[in-house]
Structures are given as C-alpha cells and as structure tokens.
Design a protein around this ligand. Structure first.
Ligand code: PHE
Length: 339
C-alpha cells in the first residue's frame, strides 16, 4: 500500500562504490522520521522504489496508529549478497555519507538484510543510526514480543493450536520459540533450508516447503518473510483462521484485506502487530530489557483488543478500522517542505 504524497524521496548513486540506494521520508509531521535500512537485491530498480514507497508509508501508519511522535521513512540499499563483502562495505560507507546530511530528521536502524556489522560501519560516519548490539537485539525481540501480544489479543489460548511461521529470520525464529513455549505446534518454512532446519531442531517444528506454506493445514499463519506473502491466488486456498505476523506489507494487494474478512479470516494488520521493534527503536531507553518488552507487549495487546472491539462495533475488518484510525491522525497535520 502506498500513499499519494511523500515528503521527500532521495535517490543515491555513487559510481565508485556502486551504491544504489533510496531514502524515502513519508512525513515528519509529528516528529523526526524513523525507519530501518533494508539491504536486498532487486531484479528491477523500480521494485526498490516500490518497496521504499510502500515501507516508508507502513512506518507512518505504525507511528500514527500508536500515536507516537515520529514520521515514517525507509532506506533501501540495493545489494546482491553474491558480491564480495568489500563491495558491501564500500556501499555502506557511501550510504553513510549521504545519511549523515539528514541529521536527526531521519534516523535508520535494522531491517531485513541489515545486520549489526552493517549498521556499525554506518555509525562510524553518521550519528543517525541505531547500531549497538544490545539495542538491536532488543528491537527484534520487541517485534517478536509485540506479534505474540497481538496474537494473544485475538486468540488468548494458543495451547494445541497449529501455527505456520513463514520465514525463519531473526524475528520469525524468535516467534517460533515463543509459540512453542505458549504450547502451540509450530510449522516453519524458509527459502534458506538451513534456517528452517535450525528452527525445526530448536522448536520440534515441522519443516514445510516455502511454496506450500500458505496452503498447509494450520490454525494461525504467521508471515515473517520479505513481503507479499499473501497473494490473491492464495486467499481462496488458505486453511487458517487467523493471520498475524511481523512481515511488513504482507498483502500483495490492499483489497485482499476485505476478501480475508469476507472469508472469515482475521488478519491483524501488519502495522498493528509488528510495531514492537519500532517502539523500542525510537522511544524506549529506560527500564530493563524485560520491562521494556513487557511495556511493548501490553501496549500492543491492549491496542489489538480495542481494535477488535471497534471493528466488531462497526461491522468491519480490523484493517479497515486500523487504517481509518491511522489515516485520520495523519490528516490532522499538513506536509511541509524540509526546513
Ligand atoms: N525495521 C523495523 C520496522 O520496520 C524496526 C525499526 C523501526 C528499525 C524503526 C529502525 C527504526 O519496524
């Protein structure tokens, strides 16, 4: 999902390092913009732009829904993992030089494909990046805790429920553990076999081939992959009753939210369920890690419960209700040119 208006989109190209990157700032109406750095290879440059637009808007929805004083943004660095590590480092250094100019107006942090080492390289040249290892671990734990809390808001007792986790990255594998601890059966899939195998071993999970993940029998589907895990072709074949995961931009098209609702499947909007990492990334600095995670979990649990109540009262889907609330807030102030 994209918006009609963005505050600033910057395309970064540097021939020496081979940097091709995009910084999309959706808005800074309520406070400085925040959003992770995604490092990924794209078949077409326009696909990277598409992601930058979609994901920066998602961040805005997240902050607006939870009434946090920040604006949405995202950075995309196009990089093929097959390239030698030195190339990656050079691109990150060049990226950092440009990032620096934004000062606190835009700060970045972890997202799909960027790890501690990447963010640390950036931190040597730019201050507006979250890079310390403890904070990074807490961000992914925060995302996982938030998804669990949201899920518990929809389904309080997970004992004996079959869950299908799509994607065994940092958050997906953490979620698999939390689900197992909550008494759920766990199925796992990942395009990288070894990652699925590691989770299978840790959580006695059943490995499912990625192409079968959405059609396998399960009560709850947990998308934690790169995006668009739910497509129009899959919706009629879904076996689950609930979808709730950490993936940003889970639906390949917006109108699928309505179709899921009509098919009796509860889809917890991504920007509602996965906001725990963002909350910790932008705000939380005091309290022990346990206290911070508990606070995030409580906030997301309560928000999901009241969203369900409102949606039921309005006889609408969680998505329609959540997007209406987030957009209403976004419309209370105008976009202004960068100062
Ligand atoms: N990338 C994560 C997200 O989309 C976490 C994050 C949020 C990282 C904000 C940096 C800043 O929510």
């Amino acid at each position: 999902m994209q918006d009609a208006a963005y505050e600033e989109i910057v395309v970064l190209n540097d021939e020496d390092s081979g940097l091709h990157a995009i910084i999309a700032i959706h808005n800074t109406k309520f406070g400085p913009a925040r959003g992770g750095l995604r490092i990924k290879n794209y078949a077409f440059p326009m696909d990277a732009m598409d992601d930058a637009l979609t994901l920066s808007y998602q961040m805005s929805l997240k902050f607006a829904f939870y009434r946090l004083p920040y604006g949405g943004a995202k950075a995309i660095l196009i990089h093929d993992e097959a390239h030698e590590p030195e190339k990656r480092k050079g691109r990150l250094r060049a990226f950092a030089r440009s990032l620096k100019r934004f000062k606190d107006r835009f700060a970045t942090g972890p997202d799909l494909g960027s790890d501690h080492e990447d963010l640390e390289i950036i931190s040597r040249r730019a201050e507006n990046v979250i890079f310390d290892a403890k904070h990074l671990a807490l961000i992914s734990d925060g995302t996982a805790t938030g998804v669990m809390a949201s899920l518990k808001g929809v389904c309080p007792d997970l004992t004996g429920k079959t869950t299908m986790v799509i994607g065994a990255g940092k958050v997906g594998s953490k979620l698999a553990l939390l689900l197992k601890d909550a008494g759920a059966q766990v199925k796992i899939s990942d395009v990288r076999q070894e990652r699925a195998a590691a989770v299978a071993k840790q959580c006695s999970a059943e490995i499912i081939a990625p192409e079968d993940a959405t059609i396998t029998d399960c009560d709850i589907l947990i998308p934690c992959a790169v995006g668009s895990s739910i497509t129009a072709e899959q919706v009629p074949n879904l076996k689950c009753k609930i979808i709730c995961g950490c993936e940003n931009a889970q639906l390949a098209q917006d109108n699928l939210a309505q179709q899921l609702h009509e098919n009796g499947i509860v889809w917890v909007p991504d920007f509602v369920a996965n906001a725990g990492g963002a909350m910790i990334g932008v705000e939380m600095t005091s309290g022990s890690p346990e206290e911070q995670l508990e606070a995030v979990g409580l906030k997301i649990f309560e928000a999901t419960k009241s969203l369900m109540k409102d949606a039921r009262a309005q006889e609408t889907s969680l998505f329609s209700q959540a997007i209406r609330q987030a957009q209403e807030r976004l419309q209370t102030q105008k976009i202004a040119l960068p100062r």
